[in-house]
Design a protein. Structure first.
Length: 332
């Protein structure tokens, strides 16, 4: 009985070690490399930390083969631009020679320092160039303007309330439909936004390895979340305007899926939106001018007052004339 327990314990440990080893082997594939698929038989391989450094590389199907005897080739540049990166590559010849089974990569600097040793290369995990273009062109496929706002005013109890909210103006011609997704924390939509923000970061933009690493994660989520073209939830845009949800809060994030149909051509795009909401309040005070009422009594008083003035003037004039006559008589 004791021997049976020992055997079972040993068997369990062996199974556990086998599982760990298999797990390690799976995740060792493409370690510290990112791969871009140009075609079915052409691939560019970027080595982490060695994009600006010349090196040479070799492939083998036997990991135990002496690395010094492998056939090495000089790394190539991925473009003719000044910021080009050094890459290992797979062309049609190398593909048919080494990639019918398990393949390993060795790479060394020009002074013989190894920078990749027996790294398993799995081309099925490469990001396709068309998918990378989808990542690069996201938010630019269907023409919209997300900078404008809608302003409304309302008067309540002498208080003028001005409300300003965001909107999307659709500039694309043809029929455009949309789906607006309100994003919650901890969801795949939130993760997609975070990946998009990372891709737009200048440090990532200028580092092809980092860009491919994040783009690979992004395109996987993008394809999972992208609505089907024939989905019943597409809403046709009216008056070329898409308003943010009425009950949205300032700072709330949304994902806007867009589909444009122009003849036989159908395009799909995405926008990452942050809801905007602003209120301004103004107390309106009305200036009230009080006028005395005009009555017939007041008119009569004015007439009497005018007559008295005229009589007073007449008395003064007559008196002056009388004084002048008296003065003339005394002179004679």
């Amino acid at each position: 009985m004791k021997n049976l327990k020992v055997k079972l314990a040993v068997a369990f440990i062996l199974c556990l070690l086998t599982t760990i080893c298999m797990h390690t082997l799976v995740f060792a594939a493409n370690e510290n490399v990112q791969i871009l698929e140009k075609s079915e038989t052409e691939y560019l391989i970027y080595l982490s930390g060695h994009l600006k450094q010349e090196f040479e590389f070799a492939f083998t199907n036997d990991k135990s083969e002496d690395k010094e005897t492998l056939t090495y080739q000089a790394a190539a540049l991925d473009s003719d631009k000044t910021d080009a990166n050094y890459i290992a590559y797979v062309d049609s010849n190398l593909f048919h020679t080494y990639f019918s089974g398990t393949t390993y990569l060795w790479a060394r600097t020009m002074d013989g320092q190894y920078i990749a040793e027996g790294v398993q290369i799995d081309l099925t995990k490469a990001i396709k160039e068309e998918d990378l273009n989808t990542v690069n062109n996201a938010t630019k496929v269907i023409a919209v303007d997300t900078t404008n706002t809608i302003v409304t005013t309302e008067m309540i109890d002498d208080v003028k309330t001005t409300k300003t909210v965001g909107k999307v103006d659709v500039l694309e011609s043809g029929k455009v439909k949309y789906q607006l997704i309100r994003v919650q924390d901890g969801t795949m939509y939130k993760e997609l936004i975070e990946l998009a923000e990372k891709i737009s970061n200048n440090q990532v933009k200028n580092n092809m390895y980092s860009k491919l690493e994040i783009a690979n994660q992004y395109i996987t989520l993008y394809n999972q979340l992208k609505p089907e073209e024939n989905s019943q939830y597409w809403i046709e845009v009216t008056d070329k305007v898409i308003e943010q949800p009425l009950d949205s809060k300032n700072g709330e994030q949304c994902i806007l899926w867009l589909k444009a149909e122009n003849g036989a051509e159908t395009k799909t795009d995405i926008q990452y939106l942050t809801c905007f909401e602003e209120y301004k309040y103004e107390k309106i005070t009305e200036e009230i001018v009080t006028k005395l009422p005009v009555t017939y009594d007041s008119i009569a008083l004015l007439v009497i007052f005018a007559i008295l003035i005229v009589a007073l003037v007449a008395v003064i004039v007559l008196r002056n004339r009388a004084l002048k006559k008296e003065n003339k008589t005394e002179d004679r």
